[in-house]
Design a protein around this ligand. Structure first.
Ligand code: ASN
Length: 308
């Protein structure tokens, strides 16, 4: 125990954290400023709920019992985001949202996974995929420009040179898969010199699928230089019958989403598009560190003992 405590203290005291945390502070200030400018409302996070994101991959159970209810720790606030933008007076919302995803061991080596992380989770009422992608591109350029200007000394000491992108190329996931195989995301990110989008993923029920063409109207944003996925999101399903159909196709247990389904049945959901980007991944990219754990004082790395 003693040795482990010392090891963790060494991590907390690492000299470079001064610069890394300064970059993080600048990036988050830029995010909040941008949201303010666009009248996107800041919501406080939800950490306990009867419903949470089913995710696209399986993780270990993170639920608890309280007051006779089974409550889930938030994996993402996607379902709450949809409920929130049902308000007519809201143009969009964002949350700096803590997410708990008890990933299985293999995620330790990706450099991008933590059991607990924060994402800036955004949803725009009435928006299309295109609207959201443009919004995100301008946010990204704004953050990068701000960090470069305000933190040039810190970035210099960290040995990091950042380029502000012009265009954001868009690729279809099927086309990249055909070119590079199953590992297409990693390969495309390693080859890229600017951030880029990949669209058209088959995944959770809440991302919209065009009923006629069968196209999945969703997207991921990727960092260049091998830093991998930055954001995922999509247009949303909001009609009760479509949601049930998509859940059934995915063999989802409908009863565990009953409050959400009841809301959908009563017409509480509206068209929207959104997405979320991980704060730690963004800071890792901005500072050019190897692993997300290098930018977090108290990282929860899959497979590593938690001390503090
Ligand atoms: N934040 C994502 C979205 O808006 C969902 C997620 O984190 N799995 O689509």
């Amino acid at each position: 125990m003693k040795e482990l405590v010392q090891k963790r203290l060494e991590h907390i005291r690492k000299e470079e954290f001064g610069d890394i945390l300064r970059v993080q502070s600048a990036a988050m200030k830029a995010v909040h400023d941008r949201m303010w400018k666009h009248r996107i409302a800041h919501l406080t996070p939800v950490m306990l709920s009867t419903i949470t994101d089913p995710l696209n991959h399986s993780v270990e159970d993170a639920s608890l019992h309280y007051g006779g209810q089974k409550l889930e720790l938030t994996k993402s606030m996607i379902l709450h985001k949809q409920l929130a933008v049902g308000r007519k007076d809201i143009k969009g919302i964002y949350i700096v949202s803590p997410n708990v995803r008890l990933e299985r061991g293999h995620c330790a080596s990706t450099g991008r996974h933590l059991l607990e992380f924060s994402q800036v989770d955004i949803e725009l009422r009435g928006a299309s995929a295109k609207d959201f992608m443009l919004f995100m591109e301008s946010l990204y350029v704004y953050v990068l420009t701000f960090v470069k200007r305000e933190c040039w000394e810190e970035l210099g000491r960290l040995g990091r040179e950042l380029k502000v992108p012009g265009a954001f190329p868009v690729y279809e996931s099927d086309a990249l898969r055909a070119e590079y195989g199953e590992d297409f995301e990693r390969i495309a990110s390693e080859k890229a010199e600017t951030p880029f989008w990949i669209t058209g993923y088959l995944r959770e029920f809440y991302d919209r699928q065009d009923p006629k063409s069968g196209k999945h109207i969703n997207y991921d944003l990727f960092y260049p230089e091998g830093f991998g996925e930055a954001l995922s999101g999509g247009e949303r399903e909001y009609e009760y019958s479509r949601i049930v159909q998509k859940m059934e196709e995915r063999k989802t247990d409908l009863s565990s989403f009953e409050p959400y389904l009841e809301a959908a049945r009563s017409g509480a959901l509206v068209p929207s598009a959104g997405g979320g980007f991980g704060v730690e991944r963004m800071v890792r990219y901005l500072t050019g560190r190897e692993h997300v754990k290098d930018v977090v004082l108290f990282p929860r790395v899959p497979g590593e003992e938690i001390v503090f």
